[in-house]
Design a protein around this ligand. Sequence first.
Ligand code: HAM
Length: 409
Amino acid sequence: MPSRFQVPRGTYDLLPEEAAVRRRILAEARALAEGAGFGEIETPVFEDSDLFVRTVGEATDIVSKEMYTFEDRSGRSLTLRPEGTAPVCRAYIEHGMHKLPQPVKLWYWGPMFRYEAPQAGRYRQHSQAGVEAIGSDDPALDAEVIDLLGHLYARLGVSGVRLHLTSIGTPESRREYARELREFLLRTGVFDEEQKHRIEQNPMRAFDWEDAQIRKVTEEAPKMLDRLTDGDREHFEEVRRLLDGAGIDYDIDPRLVRGLDYYTRTVFEFRSDALGAQSGIGGGGRYDRLIEQIGGDPTPGVGWATGLERIAQAMEASGSTGAAATLSSNGDAPRFLFAVTEPAARQRVFRAVSELREEGLGATMDLGDRSLKSQMKHAARTGVPWVVIVGPDEWSREAAVIRDMSAHR
Ligand code: HAM
């Protein structure tokens, strides 16, 4: 039945099998985050547009090209959130969370919206799970959130992830470094007009460009990591000592560029070789100035977010989605299937199903007008553990045959 409607470009439908994998991912994320003292927070999917302009940054791709911005009926400019950190920080201020014991640890999950060119692993609506630890600049917190994310991938059986790590210091030292880098890059004469324009805006972006000649130039360029202030360097060294002590492997990557302007000091990204071009499976860092940028008292913070679609894709590549589907169907799928071949029994069986449900025992009734044989086949395929058969004979005796399906596998 062809329809003239399809999902909007860059979006997808999450079908039951994929939803089972998603549930498993979220169950692990929740268990890890809550086990580490992060409480759940849910913010709206849209916010005042200015919240993102001020924090993610006007010159970033996200703000300048990718936001879903609209005016509501009273003329307010709203934006479908492209990320979750700024909204969580807004909520921190709005609910006076600075009065709580610090750091305040929050985790969240939900859809994010970015008008990007769709490709494998890149969507216009994607979902993230994330954590934010707000109110302390202790390097132990940076190490803790990094460790959590590493554990999440490990528990989900995602293999082949590498942690890339660097420090980008404070905005002041970065401004000075940007001037130095800009001059260095523009002196080389390898960039076209468009690239020069982008270098004027933010020279760090050049580290992301693939062209071989540009790569060579940026290899030789000065690195922010060599321009850190003493305080920033000590902070980074402590993060590293903690990770080293815990046996957490990482690559120092002074070329690492994150697509958001609010970062200070530690930034990191986990990449998976199973993902192809969109290899970033999760990333984050410190954002010690964000809260004051949106009107709060100066308050440091650190966190990460990870793409749920990319995790599922990496799980698939690592061969761990099958187990996820089975696991979660053991949890939530019906325990009893009523196979009914006596039409007169349908009402009574329907009531029985409802009663079982009330007892918390998942049950369902095969509603198709099918033969017992095909109902049994269906039951075997869905993996339901018990089938309750009610045919004319059983019905006349007010009885039922209960079949243990594990004996038939
Ligand atoms: P981000 O790196 O922009 O960081 O996004 C986090 C993750 O979301 C990425 O690593 C990727 O897995 C996934 N992702 C991003 N864009 C897309 C897309 N178009 N399609 C599919 N997946 C995507 C942030 O958003 C920060 N808020 C992270 C953070 C939290 N930093 C500090 N706290």
